[in-house]
Design a protein around this ligand. Structure first.
Ligand code: AMP
Length: 497
């Protein structure tokens, strides 16, 4: 009965009704039948609230299986799912609502009054972390729902980019963008109905919502559904699970857990990392502790996943693997493709690439070429075997005294020093050089600025050597584990003035 809805038809195809879709600590299991029946009722409730095909449903709620049903129900009703980071505050939410003009806004019961004031033109409904609220009440009153016809090119979701420069942009993702990428990942990562995926990622971001949830559904697999990252709960779940998808901080935190052993991870077949660079050191420590090599992949909100290390074959630490089947990747500089091994800006093309930015035709034209190539803004290179290495964001590149410095190169040298846990290299204004290279370092022992400067003196060209090394207890990161370089640049902007 989902036949005419491109994405839902695929997501619902492989989980038999009585198969368990999700287990969760302290709450009842949920079968595929219950998952989709609940999604149908939510779809019916959204339509009753006035949702028409193509309308946006903005959602800022805590992670729950009912929130997954809301995602599926929105797509089933022909709507466009628009998840918002739970950390966004009132003024930020006001921007998204003003920009996306959703027909329905679903928020936590605790913020209903505030959201209602921001979204005067929308129907505001609530959904709490316990799965209760005005939306589930309305959904229970509805009967089941047949799914609105939607084709491959219709929009299924808008995800706002984190907006490190300027305003956040809404990346429009079609049914085919999501379905094709999940199908590819299912196949290259070997997901089947026998898999049990530990799902501890947030579901307002492409990683937890599309990579983890869609892949599990497509495979007819089960998920062990955790509301958030919890090292104890993940370690406890491992003997009954087969796969984990995480950001690098998941892995560093699990490595600090005394329960992480070879024996604990024996039943697991796959550990995937992405959304931020995985340190080579973390890769190696993980293998030493568990016997497993982490599989690192690379993607982004606008493109879903682009590259992956292989399931079978060499998983090369420090690289994000090769382009996925059906995805083309090239490295460009000054309008031409660079030679193999040279650094430039990564562009990708394929069925995964988004439809453009919501109501921002100029931004879309700047980043998405008419022939389908998307300019990612990530700088990287491809080696002789086709493995891609990301060296940083284009806007994070430091230009000092006319020389280009790629932060990743300097970070890798610093990270390899004994006594260093991790580092972030930034450029800050400098009266003479334009920008100066500055390293922000988390020590792991008694190392100080002078030690690091001395150790780098012989290993790096002079212009790449940091003018200052600042020691900190930890690097600022967002929920997806990305180091907030903008915050670091702002915090140290007056270092040389
Ligand atoms: P987002 O749109 O929030 O998913 O962020 C996408 C960005 O995260 C990419 O453009 C990259 O800069 C970065 N990213 C994602 N995966 C990786 C990875 N495996 N290694 C390095 N950077 C990554």
């Amino acid at each position: 009965m989902y036949d005419a809805n491109h994405l839902i038809r695929k997501l619902a195809a492989n989980g038999p009704r009585d198969k368990v879709f999700a287990t969760r600590p302290g709450a009842a299991d949920m079968t595929y039948g219950a998952l989709f029946e609940g999604a149908e009722r939510m779809a019916a409730a959204l339509v009753a609230a006035g949702l028409n095909p193509g309308d946006r449903v903005a959602v800022q709620v805590e992670k729950s299986l009912e929130a997954v049903q809301l995602y599926l129900g929105t797509v089933m009703a022909g709507g466009v799912f628009l998840p918002l980071n739970t950390a966004y505050t009132g003024p930020e939410v006001a921007y998204f609502i003003g920009d996306a003009t959703p027909r329905v806004v679903v928020c936590d019961p605790s913020s209903q009054a505030e959201v209602a004031a921001l979204a005067a033109d929308a129907v505001v409904m609530t959904l709490g972390p316990d799965g209760e609220g005005t939306l589930p009440v309305a959904a229970r009153r509805e009967s089941r729902f047949g799914a609105v016809a939607r084709g491959p090119d219709d929009l299924a979701a808008i995800l706002y980019t984190s907006g490190t420069t300027g305003r956040s942009k809404g990346a429009m993702l079609s049914h085919a963008n999501l379905a094709s990428n999940s199908e590819t990942l299912c196949q290259v990562w070997g997901f089947t109905e026998r898999d049990v995926l530990i799902h501890a990622l947030p579901i307002f971001h492409t990683h937890g919502l599309f990579v983890a949830t869609n892949v599990a559904l497509l495979a007819g697999a089960s998920v062990h559904f955790l509301p958030r990252f919890d090292a104890d709960a993940i370690i406890a779940a491992m003997p009954e699970a087969t796969a984990l998808m995480g950001v690098p901080t998941f892995y560093t935190r699990l490595l600090d857990h005394p329960g992480l052993t070879q024996e604990r991870t024996q039943a697991m077949r796959l550990f995937v990392s992405g959304s931020a660079p995985l340190l080579v050191e973390t890769h190696e420590r993980w293998e030493a502790a568990t016997g497993h090599r982490i599989l690192e992949r690379y993607g982004m909100t606008e493109t879903n996943m682009n590259t992956s290390n292989p399931l079978d074959g060499e998983r090369r630490a420090g690289t994000v693997g090769r382009p996925l089947p059906g995805v083309e990747l090239r490295v460009m500089r000054d309008g031409t493709e660079v030679s193999q091994g040279e650094i430039g800006v990564i562009e990708v093309r394929g069925p995964n690439v988004f439809q453009g930015y919501w109501q921002m035709p100029e931004k879309t034209a700047e980043e998405l070429r008419p022939d389908g190539w998307f300019i990612t803004g990530d700088q990287g290179m491809v080696d002789a075997d086709g493995y891609v290495t990301i060296v940083g964001r284009e806007k994070d590149m430091v230009i000092t005294g006319g020389f280009n410095v790629y932060p990743k190169e300097v970070e890798s040298v610093i990270d390899a020093l004994p006594g260093v846990r991790e580092s972030a290299v930034i450029g800050v204004p400098h009266p003479d050089l334009g920008e100066a290279v500055v390293a922000v370092v988390v020590p792991d022992g008694g190392i100080d600025e002078a030690d690091i400067q001395a150790a780098l003196a012989s290993g790096l060209a002079r212009f790449k050597q940091p003018k200052r090394v600042i020691m900190v207890d930890e690097l600022p990161r967002n929920t997806m584990g990305k180091v907030q370089k903008k915050a670091l640049r702002e915090g140290h902007a007056s270092l040389f003035s």
